[in-house]
Design a protein around this ligand. Structure first.
Ligand code: MG
Length: 432
């Protein structure tokens, strides 16, 4: 595919009836846009100016080649900018603007966004057709087959738009993707042009005049000659080879149309003041391309969760990888876990031994109440056996046989040589 660029010619005129020109155009290679403002006093001019300015600012800082998503996001930003201005200034309530904007994206292809009834036409090999779809009550009636195209052209409500930029906090933006080849010609225009000139008349001028600037001036001149009832703005874009750029080997399919933002009401918007600036329903949220910042936040959260999970596994392993001997009532008992537990991992009872507090030295009881850690169950059992043996040795060495107490009694079982008696009843170190 040949690398291409656009050469532009443009013209705008107040027309013969209106007192001011509420149309605005943007020619800032590689971005081109037409906005047709609407609203009382000077509000329409403000709306269209904010729209093209915001669009240009949004895309200027991005650098590199633009993507269709860039264009849609910039149009959404332009919508919010106009909306916020209208909310801030009561005298501008209800203002809005159309917006049709185009730029070359990778492919190369032409990406076009549209809100309202400004238009983009495409001409290839003499074939001329409208690419964008007007957001206009009558255009929709024609599209639905309720009236004919001819009836639509004289319909009294043909100026009522169903979608415009800046009249609601969110707007649905149509996007169109067109293949481009050297020799293709595109036309962006406000409705002041097709209101005066038929498609045949427009295409004849575009075929006759090769220079885009001459063609743009002639289109405006002819529209004024046929009435000039509205502001007229046109941008003629010629696709030409770009020897400065390397060809992109990627080729793409034909026209694609995608809607990328919330559905809007079928009611005309411009007759009413903007509604309260409430966010749209969640189900209507726009599909947005994740920004690098969002991706970084997501990566950080994932890493954070992974660290938390690893930490939890480590704590679990530490908490459960040991045993200890403690007291369960009077019985020396083996528990799995750590005395007192570790965080939310509590020890569990492994088994109760036959040895009671009556069969161990009183001096051993404090550490048994606290829990004596052992690495394995076998080691814990050995520890208990050793305590019992120690007691037996101590007893046989220090006491006469007549002083041996009953094994089930917990008082009076302590040899006088060991120390005073105390309660030997202990709660388990912790619940299981
Ligand atoms: Mg207009």
């Amino acid at each position: 595919m040949t690398a291409v660029k656009l050469e532009a010619g443009s013209a705008t005129d107040v027309g013969l009836v209106r007192s001011n020109n509420q149309d605005k155009l943007l020619v800032a290679e590689p971005l081109y846009a037409v906005a047709d403002g609407m609203g009382g006093a000077a509000a329409g001019e403000v709306a269209s100016a904010i729209a093209v300015q915001t669009l240009g600012e949004q895309l200027a800082y991005r650098g590199g080649s633009l993507s269709p998503d860039d264009l849609v996001e910039a149009a959404q930003a332009a919508n919010r900018a106009v909306w916020e201005k209208a909310v801030e200034h009561a005298e501008m309530r209800g203002m809005g603007t159309t917006l049709v904007a185009a730029t070359v994206v990778d492919g190369p292809r032409l990406a076009v966004v549209n809100v309202g009834d400004s238009r983009l036409y495409a001409m290839r090999h003499g074939s001329f057709q409208q690419v964008t779809v007007d957001h206009n009550l009558v255009a929709e009636m024609v599209a639905e087959g309720r009236i004919s195209k001819e009836e639509g052209e004289i319909h009294p409500r043909r100026n009522i738009m169903t979608r415009a930029l800046g009249v609601e906090p969110e707007v649905k933006v149509d996007i169109f993707i067109k293949d481009v080849d050297p020799g293709d010609r595109f036309l962006l225009c406000s409705d002041g042009l097709p209101r005066e000139l038929s498609d045949e008349r427009i295409s004849a001028i575009l075929r006759r005049l090769a220079d885009p600037s001459e063609a743009a001036k002639e289109l405006v001149h002819e529209a004024k000659r046929h009435g000039g009832n509205d502001n007229i703005t046109v941008i003629v874009l010629d696709v030409v080879p770009d020897p400065a750029a390397l060809a992109d080997p990627v080729t793409t399919s034909h026209e694609v149309v995608a809607e990328v933002s919330p559905p809007q009401s079928s009611e005309p918007h411009l007759a009413t003041a903007p509604p309260a600036p409430t966010p749209p329903p969640a189900s209507h949220q726009r599909q947005r391309r994740p920004s690098p910042i969002n991706l970084r936040v997501a990566a950080f959260l994932l890493a954070f969760l992974a660290i938390l999970a690893a930490g939890a596994v480590g704590v679990w392993y530490y908490a459960r990888s040991a045993y200890f001997v403690g007291l369960n009532g009077d019985s020396l008992t083996v528990y799995q876990g750590r005395p007192g537990g570790v965080l939310w991992f509590k020890p569990t009872l492994d088994h109760v031994s036959s040895v009671t507090t009556a069969h161990v030295l009183q001096a051993s009881l404090p550490e048994l109440r606290a829990g004596v850690e052992e690495p394995t169950v076998a080691a814990a059992d050995d520890f208990i056996s050793n305590l019992a043996k120690l007691y037996q040795l101590s007893r046989s060495a220090a006491l006469p046989p007549s002083t041996i107490p009953p094994s089930t009694t917990t008082t009076g079982s302590v040899p006088p040589s060991i120390g005073p008696s105390s309660s030997t009843t202990a709660s388990p170190p912790t619940s299981s």
